[in-house]
Design a protein around this ligand. Structure first.
Ligand code: KIV
Length: 265
Protein backbone atom coordinates (compact mmCIF):
# COMPACT_ATOMS: atom_id res chain seq x y z
CA UNK A 1 0.00 0.00 0.00
CA UNK A 2 1.12 3.52 -0.79
CA UNK A 3 -0.62 6.87 -0.43
CA UNK A 4 -1.17 7.02 -4.20
CA UNK A 5 -2.56 3.44 -4.38
CA UNK A 6 -4.95 4.40 -1.57
CA UNK A 7 -6.10 7.36 -3.61
CA UNK A 8 -6.91 5.09 -6.53
CA UNK A 9 -9.26 3.02 -4.33
CA UNK A 10 -11.64 5.93 -3.73
CA UNK A 11 -15.03 5.17 -5.20
CA UNK A 12 -13.88 1.70 -6.33
CA UNK A 13 -13.20 -0.36 -3.24
CA UNK A 14 -13.79 0.26 0.46
CA UNK A 15 -10.65 0.60 2.57
CA UNK A 16 -10.20 -1.30 5.86
CA UNK A 17 -8.05 0.13 8.63
CA UNK A 18 -7.53 -1.14 12.19
CA UNK A 19 -5.42 0.08 15.07
CA UNK A 20 -2.56 -1.96 16.48
CA UNK A 21 -0.21 -1.28 19.36
CA UNK A 22 1.98 -4.37 19.66
CA UNK A 23 4.17 -6.78 17.74
CA UNK A 24 1.91 -9.85 17.74
CA UNK A 25 -1.32 -8.09 16.74
CA UNK A 26 0.53 -6.27 13.97
CA UNK A 27 1.92 -9.60 12.76
CA UNK A 28 -1.62 -10.99 12.43
CA UNK A 29 -2.90 -7.86 10.66
CA UNK A 30 -0.06 -8.02 8.13
CA UNK A 31 -0.62 -11.74 7.55
CA UNK A 32 -4.27 -11.04 6.71
CA UNK A 33 -3.24 -8.11 4.52
CA UNK A 34 -5.22 -5.24 5.99
CA UNK A 35 -4.70 -2.07 3.94
CA UNK A 36 -3.83 0.35 6.74
CA UNK A 37 -2.60 -0.03 10.31
CA UNK A 38 -3.00 2.92 12.67
CA UNK A 39 -0.94 3.19 15.83
CA UNK A 40 -3.58 5.39 17.41
CA UNK A 41 -3.19 7.51 20.50
CA UNK A 42 -6.15 5.42 21.65
CA UNK A 43 -3.27 3.36 23.08
CA UNK A 44 -3.63 5.72 26.04
CA UNK A 45 -7.09 4.42 26.88
CA UNK A 46 -6.98 0.81 25.70
CA UNK A 47 -3.36 0.01 26.48
CA UNK A 48 -2.42 2.30 29.36
CA UNK A 49 -5.84 2.62 31.03
CA UNK A 50 -5.89 6.44 30.98
CA UNK A 51 -9.30 8.15 31.06
CA UNK A 52 -8.57 9.95 27.79
CA UNK A 53 -5.77 10.35 25.23
CA UNK A 54 -4.28 13.57 26.65
CA UNK A 55 -1.48 11.95 28.73
CA UNK A 56 -0.07 10.08 25.70
CA UNK A 57 3.39 11.35 24.73
CA UNK A 58 5.47 11.22 21.58
CA UNK A 59 7.74 8.62 23.14
CA UNK A 60 4.71 6.47 24.03
CA UNK A 61 3.60 6.49 20.39
CA UNK A 62 7.16 5.93 19.17
CA UNK A 63 7.52 2.88 21.43
CA UNK A 64 4.34 1.32 20.03
CA UNK A 65 5.09 2.26 16.40
CA UNK A 66 8.39 0.38 16.70
CA UNK A 67 6.63 -2.70 18.04
CA UNK A 68 4.02 -2.57 15.27
CA UNK A 69 6.68 -2.05 12.59
CA UNK A 70 8.54 -5.12 13.90
CA UNK A 71 5.34 -7.16 13.57
CA UNK A 72 4.31 -5.71 10.21
CA UNK A 73 7.47 -4.93 8.24
CA UNK A 74 5.66 -4.52 4.90
CA UNK A 75 2.44 -2.76 5.97
CA UNK A 76 1.43 0.87 5.60
CA UNK A 77 1.62 2.16 9.15
CA UNK A 78 0.20 5.48 10.25
CA UNK A 79 1.44 6.93 13.54
CA UNK A 80 -0.88 9.19 15.50
CA UNK A 81 0.59 12.51 16.62
CA UNK A 82 -0.30 12.77 20.31
CA UNK A 83 -1.61 15.85 22.14
CA UNK A 84 0.91 18.74 22.17
CA UNK A 85 3.34 16.96 19.85
CA UNK A 86 2.00 19.36 17.19
CA UNK A 87 0.31 22.71 17.28
CA UNK A 88 2.80 24.63 19.40
CA UNK A 89 4.95 25.58 16.44
CA UNK A 90 5.08 24.34 12.88
CA UNK A 91 8.81 23.58 13.17
CA UNK A 92 8.40 21.46 16.28
CA UNK A 93 5.41 19.65 14.76
CA UNK A 94 7.40 18.72 11.66
CA UNK A 95 10.34 17.56 13.80
CA UNK A 96 8.07 15.37 15.93
CA UNK A 97 6.36 13.86 12.89
CA UNK A 98 9.83 13.17 11.52
CA UNK A 99 10.75 11.23 14.67
CA UNK A 100 7.79 8.87 14.17
CA UNK A 101 8.87 8.28 10.57
CA UNK A 102 12.64 8.14 11.06
CA UNK A 103 12.91 6.36 14.41
CA UNK A 104 9.61 4.48 14.43
CA UNK A 105 9.43 3.40 10.82
CA UNK A 106 5.94 4.78 10.20
CA UNK A 107 4.88 5.53 6.63
CA UNK A 108 2.70 8.49 7.57
CA UNK A 109 1.34 10.47 10.51
CA UNK A 110 -2.19 11.44 11.51
CA UNK A 111 -3.18 14.57 13.36
CA UNK A 112 -6.49 15.78 14.72
CA UNK A 113 -7.75 19.09 13.39
CA UNK A 114 -8.98 20.93 10.34
CA UNK A 115 -8.36 24.36 8.84
CA UNK A 116 -6.34 25.48 11.89
CA UNK A 117 -3.61 22.93 11.04
CA UNK A 118 -3.42 23.51 7.27
CA UNK A 119 0.02 25.19 7.60
CA UNK A 120 1.34 22.37 9.77
CA UNK A 121 0.09 19.71 7.34
CA UNK A 122 1.58 21.57 4.36
CA UNK A 123 4.95 21.92 6.12
CA UNK A 124 5.07 18.18 6.88
CA UNK A 125 4.21 17.31 3.31
CA UNK A 126 6.86 19.76 2.06
CA UNK A 127 9.58 17.71 3.76
CA UNK A 128 8.11 14.42 2.54
CA UNK A 129 5.92 13.23 5.42
CA UNK A 130 2.52 11.93 4.25
CA UNK A 131 -0.29 13.19 6.50
CA UNK A 132 -3.73 11.85 7.30
CA UNK A 133 -6.20 14.40 8.70
CA UNK A 134 -8.78 13.73 11.40
CA UNK A 135 -11.99 15.76 11.69
CA UNK A 136 -15.35 15.52 13.48
CA UNK A 137 -15.09 14.22 17.02
CA UNK A 138 -11.50 14.89 18.10
CA UNK A 139 -10.63 13.09 21.35
CA UNK A 140 -7.65 15.41 21.99
CA UNK A 141 -10.09 18.37 22.11
CA UNK A 142 -12.01 16.85 25.03
CA UNK A 143 -11.25 19.79 27.34
CA UNK A 144 -12.19 22.35 24.69
CA UNK A 145 -15.29 20.90 23.12
CA UNK A 146 -16.09 17.59 24.82
CA UNK A 147 -16.76 14.41 22.89
CA UNK A 148 -19.86 15.07 20.86
CA UNK A 149 -21.24 13.90 17.56
CA UNK A 150 -20.99 16.69 14.99
CA UNK A 151 -22.61 17.41 11.65
CA UNK A 152 -26.07 17.61 13.17
CA UNK A 153 -26.92 20.92 11.48
CA UNK A 154 -26.25 22.43 8.04
CA UNK A 155 -23.79 24.89 9.62
CA UNK A 156 -21.82 22.15 11.39
CA UNK A 157 -21.75 20.08 8.20
CA UNK A 158 -20.58 23.08 6.19
CA UNK A 159 -17.73 23.68 8.66
CA UNK A 160 -16.68 20.01 8.41
CA UNK A 161 -16.72 20.11 4.61
CA UNK A 162 -14.57 23.25 4.66
CA UNK A 163 -12.13 21.57 7.06
CA UNK A 164 -11.89 18.53 4.78
CA UNK A 165 -11.35 20.65 1.68
CA UNK A 166 -8.63 22.70 3.39
CA UNK A 167 -6.86 19.56 4.60
CA UNK A 168 -6.99 18.13 1.09
CA UNK A 169 -5.62 21.38 -0.36
CA UNK A 170 -2.80 21.31 2.19
CA UNK A 171 -1.81 17.93 0.73
CA UNK A 172 -3.22 15.28 3.10
CA UNK A 173 -3.58 11.86 1.45
CA UNK A 174 -6.63 10.82 3.47
CA UNK A 175 -8.94 11.98 6.26
CA UNK A 176 -10.39 10.17 9.27
CA UNK A 177 -13.94 11.29 10.00
CA UNK A 178 -14.93 10.42 13.56
CA UNK A 179 -18.30 10.74 15.27
CA UNK A 180 -20.43 12.59 12.74
CA UNK A 181 -23.88 12.08 11.35
CA UNK A 182 -23.99 9.85 8.31
CA UNK A 183 -25.35 12.73 6.25
CA UNK A 184 -22.36 14.91 7.11
CA UNK A 185 -19.72 12.26 6.37
CA UNK A 186 -21.44 11.48 3.06
CA UNK A 187 -21.26 15.14 2.07
CA UNK A 188 -17.61 15.39 3.15
CA UNK A 189 -16.74 12.22 1.22
CA UNK A 190 -18.37 13.62 -1.93
CA UNK A 191 -16.60 16.98 -1.52
CA UNK A 192 -13.01 15.71 -1.52
CA UNK A 193 -11.04 13.56 -3.92
CA UNK A 194 -8.95 11.91 -1.19
CA UNK A 195 -10.30 8.83 0.66
CA UNK A 196 -12.22 9.33 3.89
CA UNK A 197 -12.00 6.70 6.62
CA UNK A 198 -14.90 6.70 9.07
CA UNK A 199 -15.35 5.68 12.68
CA UNK A 200 -18.83 6.30 13.98
CA UNK A 201 -19.49 8.24 10.79
CA UNK A 202 -21.90 5.92 8.99
CA UNK A 203 -21.82 3.87 5.83
CA UNK A 204 -20.75 6.26 3.08
CA UNK A 205 -17.12 7.02 3.87
CA UNK A 206 -14.48 5.47 1.59
CA UNK A 207 -13.30 3.18 4.35
CA UNK A 208 -13.75 2.24 7.99
CA UNK A 209 -11.52 2.07 11.04
CA UNK A 210 -12.09 0.43 14.41
CA UNK A 211 -9.95 0.14 17.51
CA UNK A 212 -8.63 -3.44 17.48
CA UNK A 213 -9.34 -4.20 21.13
CA UNK A 214 -12.90 -2.84 20.76
CA UNK A 215 -13.76 -5.01 17.75
CA UNK A 216 -12.15 -8.05 19.37
CA UNK A 217 -14.33 -7.63 22.46
CA UNK A 218 -11.48 -7.48 24.96
CA UNK A 219 -13.26 -5.03 27.27
CA UNK A 220 -16.45 -6.45 28.75
CA UNK A 221 -17.55 -3.00 29.96
CA UNK A 222 -17.23 -1.30 26.59
CA UNK A 223 -20.49 -0.27 25.01
CA UNK A 224 -19.94 2.04 22.06
CA UNK A 225 -22.73 2.53 19.54
CA UNK A 226 -20.37 2.69 16.58
CA UNK A 227 -18.48 -0.48 17.46
CA UNK A 228 -19.15 -4.00 16.23
CA UNK A 229 -17.74 -6.90 18.23
CA UNK A 230 -16.32 -9.50 15.87
CA UNK A 231 -15.13 -11.68 18.74
CA UNK A 232 -15.41 -11.96 22.50
CA UNK A 233 -11.77 -12.19 23.54
CA UNK A 234 -12.74 -11.22 27.08
CA UNK A 235 -14.56 -14.56 27.44
CA UNK A 236 -11.87 -16.53 25.60
CA UNK A 237 -9.03 -15.18 27.77
CA UNK A 238 -11.00 -15.50 31.00
CA UNK A 239 -11.83 -19.15 30.28
CA UNK A 240 -8.23 -19.96 29.30
CA UNK A 241 -6.77 -18.36 32.45
CA UNK A 242 -9.35 -20.12 34.64
CA UNK A 243 -8.51 -23.48 33.06
CA UNK A 244 -4.79 -22.86 33.56
CA UNK A 245 -5.22 -22.06 37.26
CA UNK A 246 -7.34 -25.20 37.73
CA UNK A 247 -4.71 -27.32 35.95
CA UNK A 248 -1.87 -25.92 38.07
CA UNK A 249 -3.80 -26.49 41.30
CA UNK A 250 -4.81 -30.03 40.34
CA UNK A 251 -1.38 -30.93 38.98
CA UNK A 252 -2.70 -31.61 35.46
CA UNK A 253 -0.25 -29.06 34.02
CA UNK A 254 2.49 -29.69 33.01
CA UNK A 255 2.04 -33.13 31.49
CA UNK A 256 4.56 -35.46 29.81
CA UNK A 257 4.31 -33.26 26.68
CA UNK A 258 5.68 -30.15 28.34
CA UNK A 259 8.58 -31.58 30.32
CA UNK A 260 12.29 -32.05 29.60
CA UNK A 261 14.07 -35.26 30.61
CA UNK A 262 17.67 -36.09 31.25
CA UNK A 263 19.33 -38.07 28.43
CA UNK A 264 19.42 -41.82 29.05
CA UNK A 265 22.90 -42.97 30.22
O1 KIV B 1 -6.42 6.89 18.18
C1 KIV B 1 -7.15 6.22 17.43
O2 KIV B 1 -7.27 5.00 17.56
C2 KIV B 1 -7.86 6.93 16.39
C3 KIV B 1 -8.92 6.19 15.64
C4 KIV B 1 -10.10 6.02 16.48
C5 KIV B 1 -9.24 6.82 14.35
O3 KIV B 1 -7.60 8.08 16.16
Amino acid sequence: MTASKLLSLKGKEKIAMLTAYDFLSAKILEEIGIELILVGDSLGTVFMGYKNTLPVTLSDVLHHVRAVRNGAPHSFIIADMPFLSYGISVEESVKNAGILIQKGGANAVKLEGGTEFADTIAAMIKVGIPVMGHIGLKPQSILKSGLKITGKSKEETHALVEDAKTIEKAGAFSIVIEGTTEEASREITRSVSIPTIGIGAGRYTDGQVLVLTDMLGLDKDLNLQHNKRYANLYKVIKKAVKNYIEDVKSGSFPTEEQIFKRAKE
